[in-house]
Design a protein around this ligand. Structure first.
Ligand code: HEC
Ligand code: HEC
Ligand code: HEC
Ligand code: HEC
Ligand code: HEC
Length: 497
């Protein structure tokens, strides 16, 4: 059997090119099998090796296969012989003799061709599956995707594959994503990509094909009570509470809530100045009767910046743009860890000094990690030598926490600093919701998109010492008495239609 096969191989390789083809095909096939076996039993888990197994070897295999007929053609031309004559020359009579199903040579070629096709189909489907793994997307290009991979692993979607959000349904989405992937490989090889990587607004599939597979818009109802703790910059890092009751439903009787924008019967379109989507030119809302109301930005009304390219139908990622790659605000990042008890609040000025430590600028990550720790330790050694002596373990623990914040959020090699990727979910510095909900975004009657403080949330405390300050009885002597009563009433009545 093996002898027959070798004889056959010798026969088909008519020239040096042909031999090279046979060697290439056979050796890449065998290497593929060995590597795949090794991967299956867990000897290798490396992503690069996966890339080589599934991309390189099947490609070499295919090139080898193609070389064989090319060699035949060349040989035919050079020797002036016909195909039949060449066949007789390369194989014995017995092998070329016709039988009921065709000659032995013909049968070998047919069987091998079927096997080859099967192998290639299998290898490419393995390849596609492999490329869909988050591990591949997150680590194949190493330093480039490191920020996305880091933030992904700590997000609520850490178990959702990259492709579930980045590649939509259907064959066209698959092909588009693979073409795009090829371009990305080229841009990484030749270092053509931007740092930080721009957000893929145009490439992202509509949320209906991605997010809505798992999150059902109609299920947003009721409200969500959220208490946010911020710590002051004073010696004791005093906690302050902000409590919001977020009106996250889409409709509630006559009233509308935050997910109104994506309810099936509604549509919001907008044009932004650029792909960053930080400044809107106009916003359109389709009404129940099908008519459309357009709001224009008074601030840039007369500027002819409008371009069709930046028009977009609003969906989940216009608010949840950081659903997965969540970069934190430095102060809020410390607050969150402090609330979880990951640093000792009895260390004087720990909030203030931590913030200074992590917002310093460093040339690379290692210098940053080192610099953060040195800054904290140095501060207590210099200013509180006693505490430095007795509580070094607490100081180290705090320093480690600050380092982990820095590590997660700052990526100097990709030019990612604090604020490189703004989060649209709230409204810091005229961003987020306030891009549209502001006094300058007006319709032809001069009415603005609503921006009253209680449109989106009731406010039960805002930087207060009590988390539910405005639910408590108001004190007539307090200067905030009227506001207190107003917010209390608004909250208590916001549940009724
Ligand atoms: C739950 C959905 C989701 C998952 C899972 C997900 N992404 Fe994203 N990704 C997004 C969204 C949304 C954006 C930003 C879109 C925007 O701002 O409009 C984004 C942006 C990006 C960007 C551009 C840089 C940036 O932060 O804006 C890269 C690169 C990226 N993702 C890679 C990945 C990789 C690699 C994985 C898997 C390890 C992954 N994504 C998993 C939703 C997701
Ligand atoms: C394959 C399923 C899947 C897809 C696709 C998906 N998600 Fe999620 N999402 C989840 C799961 C699972 C959770 C975690 C639920 C939990 O922790 O309670 C989650 C959580 C969330 C949360 C809540 C986070 C929090 O802090 O409570 C938001 C917001 C969210 N997803 C938005 C999105 C958006 C926007 C997209 C599209 C860009 C998306 N999801 C795509 C499965 C998915
Ligand atoms: C207009 C902005 C906006 C749009 C558009 C939007 N969301 Fe939200 N979503 C919010 C806000 C604000 C919250 C509350 C934030 C929080 O929990 O801190 C929220 C909360 C959520 C939650 C958590 C709900 C809970 O009960 O904890 C999920 C899941 C979610 N959104 C998914 C989606 C999906 C999926 C889409 C698209 C179909 C979408 N959102 C569209 C603003 C938006
Ligand atoms: C791209 C522009 C845009 C962005 C960004 C945006 N909205 Fe809206 N929003 C609108 C428009 C337009 C309406 C409808 C106004 C109308 O028809 O009166 C609306 C309506 C609403 C309503 C219903 C209010 C009412 O008076 O009926 C709520 C609540 C709301 N948005 C919350 C949010 C929140 C929260 C965010 C940020 C997470 C946000 N929106 C971001 C454009 C936007
Ligand atoms: C268009 C909707 C909308 C309007 C109008 C709005 N907010 Fe908000 N606000 C939000 C959302 C969404 C968040 C983010 C909630 C979260 O953290 O998930 C937020 C967060 C906040 C926070 C907490 C910030 C933090 O992290 O500490 C405060 C305080 C606040 N809003 C006060 C106000 C005040 C005061 C006004 C009126 C000037 C106002 N909001 C108007 C939607 C709105």
């Amino acid at each position: 059997m093996l002898n027959d096969y070798l004889k056959f191989l010798k026969g088909v390789s008519v020239s040096k090119t042909g031999k090279a083809g046979v060697v290439l095909t056979t050796s890449s096939f065998v290497t593929f099998l060995i590597l795949e076996f090794a991967r299956m039993i867990g000897v290798f888990t490396n992503t690069y090796l996966g890339l080589i197994t599934y991309l390189l070897f099947p490609t070499l295999f295919l090139i080898g296969l193609i070389l064989i007929p090319i060699a035949w053609q060349q040989r035919k031309k050079e020797s002036g012989k016909s195909g039949r004559e060449l066949l007789d020359l390369q194989f014995s009579k017995e092998e070329t003799a016709g039988s009921f199903l065709g000659s032995k040579v013909f049968l070998s070629i047919a069987t091998l061709s079927i096997l080859n096709i099967l192998f290639l189909v299998l290898a490419s489907s393995q390849m596609l599956g492999f490329m869909d793994e988050a591990e591949f997307c997150g680590t194949a290009c190493h330093s480039t995707m490191n920020p996305e991979w880091t933030t992904y692993q700590q997000s609520p979607h850490a178990h959702v594959k990259c492709v579930e959000c980045h590649v939509g349904e259907g064959v066209d989405a698959l092909i588009a994503s693979k073409l795009n992937g090829m371009y990305q490989m080229i841009s990484i090889t030749f270092n053509l990509y931007e740092r930080p990587i721009p957000t893929p607004v145009h490439q992202l599939r509509p949320a209906r094909e991605t997010c809505e597979k798992c999150h059902w818009p109609n299920k947003f109802y009721g409200s969500k009570l959220k208490t946010i703790v911020h710590y002051d910059m004073d010696e004791a890092s005093t906690p302050r509470y902000t409590t919001l009751n977020l009106k996250i439903d889409e409709t509630r009787g006559q009233k509308t809530g935050i997910h109104w924008h994506i309810a099936p019967e509604n549509e919001v379109r907008y044009a932004s100045v650029d792909d960053k989507r930080l400044e809107m030119i106009w916003v359109e809302a389709r009404q129940k009767d099908g008519s459309v109301v357009r709001y224009m930005n008074r601030k840039i009304l007369n500027q002819e910046k409008e371009s069709a390219e930046n028009e977009r139908t609003m969906d989940c990622v216009d608010c949840h743009n950081r659903a997965t790659h969540i970069y934190e605000d430095p102060s809020a990042a410390i607050d969150a860890r402090m609330q979880k008890g990951q640093m000792d609040r009895s260390l004087p000025y720990i909030k203030r000094e931590g913030l200074t430590a992590i917002t310093q600028s460093f040339t690379n990550k290692e210098a940053g990690m080192d610099g953060v720790r040195k800054y904290i330790e140095g501060f207590y050694r210099r200013n509180y030598p006693k505490i430095a002596e007795t509580k070094m373990d607490k100081i180290d623990q705090a320093a480690e926490t600050f380092q982990s914040i820095y590590h997660r959020n700052i990526h100097p090699s990709m030019n990612i600093q604090w604020g490189s990727y703004p989060n649209f979910l709230g409204h810091g510095q005229n961003s987020g919701c306030f891009r549209c909900h502001n006094e300058n975004m007006v319709n032809e009657k001069g009415k603005a998109i609503s921006y009253e403080c209680t449109t989106c949330h009731s406010i039960l405390a805002q930087d207060e010492t009590e988390p539910f300050k405005y639910l408590m009885p108001a004190n007539k002597k307090d200067p905030t008495y009227d506001m207190h009563r107003y917010l209390q009433d608004e909250f208590l009545h916001s549940f009724k239609n």
